[in-house]
Design a protein around this ligand. Sequence first.
Ligand SMILES: [Zn+2]
Length: 51
Amino acid sequence: MNAQPIAGTCEACGFALLVERKKGGKTVHQCADKPCSAIQDESAAESESED
Ligand SMILES: [Zn+2]
């Protein structure tokens, strides 16, 4: 499992940690809260302010 924790907030449940996963050659961000595990919308993740 190639999950790497990244800063962010789940758009589904508000959990304050996401994980980055490689999926079929592309990177997706997923909620780190196991019961949720929501895949984050790419554009939303991109626009996330992360100075
Ligand atoms: Zn979540």
